[in-house]
Design a protein around this ligand. Structure first.
Ligand SMILES: C[S@@+](CC[C@H](N)C(=O)[O-])C[C@H]1O[C@@H](n2cnc3c(N)ncnc32)[C@H](O)[C@@H]1O
Length: 261
């Protein structure tokens, strides 16, 4: 089976285990968003600055690898016409459950971001892409597809993991932290090692990517970088979060006229 299908099954399992990134927003959160009080996350703990969105009224928004009923309901309540693309049946089912519970229409698309996205060129005003490109090997492809399906002037909001996180073991205390992987981490490599097999069975196939791939390849795809922040993820479940930021978020724009920037 393709590694991305195995990752989708991993997300289905995490959904039945009610892992935090699979638990949807509450009715109260949706109602607050209808009143204009809302926040969304690209990374675990820092709210995305509101100016990154601009006015969302009637804007076509793609939630890329964004199933699970987190951003879809909130951005819909904020006025956007939202499409959620994800590869996990369970994450899409949760998105559908929230839409039915709250009584709004949403476009749900099961698709693999390692393939051509199933949308025409210039389809969206904004792409919201929370931390998820750690599940795909070739992110240059993802940035190029984002560029293609965004309208000129469209925005790409992306969250991603600090690659340095993959250097270390998953330690419960600082005293147990060890350097265990060479970067960039690629779980398709060294699959013959028992430790690697165990990690893949638990967390799916993951890839650390370099900053050159994360930022340089957005620029090579044609985007202009507009803003950037770090998320220290002040959450005790991440031992390393007390030492360096574990996640990053970027705002990039597809130039309105690529020949005149
Ligand atoms: C961390 S979750 C992000 C969604 C969540 N709404 C959030 O707020 O964080 C990562 C998502 O990426 C999806 N995913 C992983 N690999 C994918 C792929 N190749 N194509 C599309 N979606 C993928 C997973 O199914 C999962 O829903």
């Amino acid at each position: 089976m393709d590694y991305t299908r195995i990752n989708a099954k991993t997300w289905d399992r995490w959904s039945s285990d009610n892992w935090i990134w699979t638990v949807p927003v509450t009715h109260e959160t949706y109602v607050s968003a209808l009143k204009g009080e809302w926040e969304v996350l690209l990374t675990p703990t820092v709210n995305v600055p509101k100016e990154w969105f601009g006015d969302l009224t009637d804007k076509k928004v793609l939630g890329l690898a964004s199933g699970g009923g987190h951003q879809g309901p909130v951005l819909t309540a904020a006025g956007a016409d939202v499409t959620i693309m994800d590869l996990s049946d369970a994450q899409l089912a949760t998105e559908k459950m929230v839409a039915e519970r709250e009584g709004y229409a949403i476009n749900l698309v099961k698709a693999d971001m390692t393939q051509r996205f199933p949308f025409a060129d210039d389809s969206f005003d904004l792409i919201f892409h929370p931390v998820s490109n750690c599940y795909v090997a070739d992110i240059a492809h993802v940035w190029r597809e984002c560029f293609r399906v965004l309208k000129p002037g469209g925005r790409l909001l992306a969250g991603f993991t600090n690659p340095d996180l993959y250097l270390f073991n998953d330690a419960d205390s600082v005293a147990d932290i060890r350097v265990v992987n060479k970067l960039p981490y690629d779980s398709l490599a060294n699959l013959d090692k028992p430790s690697q097999k165990k990690r893949v069975a638990e967390e799916g196939y993951q890839f650390s990517h370099t900053m050159e791939r994360q930022i340089g390849d957005q620029l090579k795809a044609g985007f202009l970088l507009k803003d950037f922040y770090e998320d220290f993820t002040t959450d005790d479940s991440y031992t390393l979060s007390h030492y360096f930021p574990l996640f990053f978020a970027s705002l990039a724009v597809k130039p309105a006229d690529p020949h005149n920037i």
